[in-house]
Design a protein around this ligand. Structure first.
Ligand code: ZN
Ligand code: FE
Length: 258
């Protein structure tokens, strides 16, 4: 099986899981680029996996279903998303027969309240929950919800490859450097990211073990990340920030204002 990113809009990745006959896409926001990919590789679309209701992740459901009436559409149990044939909730599992993959589902409220992720051994499709060196904005959920959702990711096997849906890595690194200016793993990663981007290559997927070394949102227990959160909170007149959810909330706020 291959996993290929299809570029969409300005910085979205639609992940295509495929063998030489069948294809499953994650978050097909733009139907045209998916149809072009299927045609170019002579593939049948067998399923769509949807992570949350935002249009850049759902905009292609209707037209792709029209082109492939047998397609199964997995997604959150949110009636506002039109075209889901298999609504899912936490700990659900399903089998993608064509690709022979057993997928398990985790609910991860935070970016949106309906957000779910898809895990199969060594791969995670996390939508807009985690990005390389960053995490999704809190449009609907609370910091506590997002913190819990990110913790679900950190509990996965370290060798898990994380397939995010946006190429935000360079901007995220700029923020992460202000949080941890002396993080050597971050400095090394930045060099690799610059090389990838200058060759027009994706920086995704990314290894969980790497993210644990330099993604500030996964490092709220680290002393330097806590010190940064404390400095932000101090500016806001708050006393001490030690609780991990407070550290996370301060970081997220600082990133929104960055
Ligand atoms: Zn989103
Ligand atoms: Fe998005």
């Amino acid at each position: 099986m291959n996993i290929t990113p299809i570029n969409a809009f300005t910085d979205n990745y639609i992940w295509a899981l495929h063998n030489d006959q069948h294809c499953v896409v994650v978050d097909p926001g733009d139907p045209a680029v998916v149809l072009a990919f299927l045609k170019a590789h002579n593939l049948q679309l067998s399923a769509m996996l949807i992570t949350h209701h935002h249009f850049d992740h759902t905009g292609g459901i209707d037209e792709l279903t029209h082109n492939y009436p047998q397609v199964r559409v997995f997604g959150p149990n949110n009636p506002k998303i039109k075209g889901i044939t298999h609504p899912l909730t936490n700990a659900d599992t399903f089998y993608l027969d064509d690709l022979k993959i057993e997928v398990s589902v985790m609910t991860v409220p935070g970016h949106t309240l309906d957000h779910i992720m898809y895990y199969a051994p060594d791969m995670l499709f996390c939508g807009d929950t985690l990005f390389s060196c960053g995490c999704g904005r809190l449009f609907e959920g609370t910091p506590a919800q997002m913190f819990d959702s990110l913790r679900k990711i950190t509990q996965l096997p370290r060798e898990t490859l994380i397939y995010c849906t946006h190429e935000y890595t360079q901007a995220n690194i700029a923020f992460a450097e202000t949080v941890e200016p002396h993080n050597k793993a971050l400095a090394q990663y930045k060099l690799w990211v610059e090389l990838q981007r200058s060759n027009n290559k994706p920086t995704i997927p990314t290894l969980l073990s790497d993210q644990l070394q330099f993604n500030p949102f996964l490092r709220v227990h680290d002393d330097s990340v806590q010190a940064f959160a404390q400095s932000i909170a101090g500016d806001l007149g708050q006393k001490t920030v030690t609780d991990p959810v407070q550290v996370f909330a301060a970081l997220r706020q600082a990133k929104d204002d960055f």
